[in-house]
Design a protein around this ligand. Sequence first.
Ligand SMILES: Cc1cc2nc3c(=O)[nH]c(=O)nc-3n(C[C@H](O)[C@H](O)[C@H](O)COP(=O)(O)OP(=O)(O)OC[C@H]3O[C@@H](n4cnc5c(N)ncnc54)[C@H](O)[C@@H]3O)c2cc1C
Length: 413
Amino acid sequence: MERTIAVAGGGAAGMAAAIQAARLGAQVTIYERNDRVGKKILSTGNGKCNFSNEKMGAEFYFGSGTRLVDTLYKTTGTAETRKFFEGLGMRVKEKNGYLYPASEQAATVLDILRYELENLKIRIHTNRQVTGLKRHKGLFAVETADGKKEKYDAVILACGGMAAPKTGSDGSGFTLAQSLGHRIIPVAPALTALRCREDFYKRISGVRCDARLILKAEGRVLRTERGELQWTDYGISGIPVFQLSRLAAYALQEGKHTTVEIDFLPDYANGKDDGPYKAFWADRWERQVNQTAEQFVTGIVNKKIGLLLLKLAGIKEQAQVQDVPISGRKRLAELYKSLTVTVKGTNSFEQAQVCAGGVDCAQVTDSLESTLVPGLFFAGEILDVDGVCGGYNLQWAWSSGISAGRAAATGLL
Ligand SMILES: Cc1cc2nc3c(=O)[nH]c(=O)nc-3n(C[C@H](O)[C@H](O)[C@H](O)COP(=O)(O)OP(=O)(O)OC[C@H]3O[C@@H](n4cnc5c(N)ncnc54)[C@H](O)[C@@H]3O)c2cc1C
């Protein structure tokens, strides 16, 4: 008799798991609470779906599962994912290591997954939320919100986390995992913007600029990022901020004073004491001596930033350069190199791309099976694994999905 497998959650991880298990001969059923599978995939990578990255490794991930990432990616990493999608007819485009469908349409990824689900005759129950999971006499009873109950040999929980709940991941997977005794590592929104305390954000909202950002908690450096910083009317955003956000979220949860130091002139690598940096200012003060302060800052970086830094340095825009005291000049040069903003929160799960935290990976084996409940597997964001921006979270969904599907169907990693 074919092994029967229920997959709770028809997202990236659930679909990959279902396809792999069915290819190995299992009879697979997907339960999806939305009216269709794969809703989140459509909004990934700004509609282009950055589905993986050529640069791959545990160093791009956080959480209790980084060791699992190392193990699983040896057999199911970027190359295998690429092959998986190319095998389904999707041409792949690479840009600076980031992988996309050549069509530049996230819908392509979802379409070809759906066609393969159909091809493999995988049963898909949409509009059916899994509300209960019980194990009795070696079988799982899967209960759904419509009151139905069905039995399976194995179950793969792939319900996602709590990020972007409009796409279906509302945290109910954690409740299911908990009901069977699993520990949930506290969750936090990740890959999202930071809300800050200062009162100047409305002045510079909309500005984008290159910057180096140093995240600190209680003065200790947590991580440094460089890239395009985007200012909003409540704080800071953009890819480098997203990369810092999960660390900021946990620091704040621990009640730590959390700041970001912003370096607007990161090419002067050695801070404010950099020789060329000092020379840059000395030369500018001398050459532009007959200008106003506003004219003086024009052309260094974005003008709105220049005017803000003047104000913070206590220099009036209309002041004559020759009248700006040494202390003001020093303060201005320091601010260009290090403007400190105080983080008071992250954006909520609604605006987060990923959910950090989740099922503790110490309670799953290398084949993603629960150590507490044999026959129960986990895949994707429901596990305490989250990656940085750049295709890493979807890669985790594919790798863990394929691995869980394989193990659930065959008992092999
Ligand atoms: C706006 C946005 C952009 C992103 N861009 C990228 C990107 O370009 N590259 C990248 O790598 N990552 C990106 N991500 C992250 C990536 O999409 C996710 O990490 C990944 O989709 C997680 O897959 P998953 O299958 O584990 O969970 P999900 O995709 O969240 O799927 C879980 C599924 O389970 C269903 N479900 C939940 N509970 C139940 C239940 N009790 N019963 C039945 N069904 C249930 C949900 O409806 C959902 O369909 C982005 C995320 C967002 C929000």
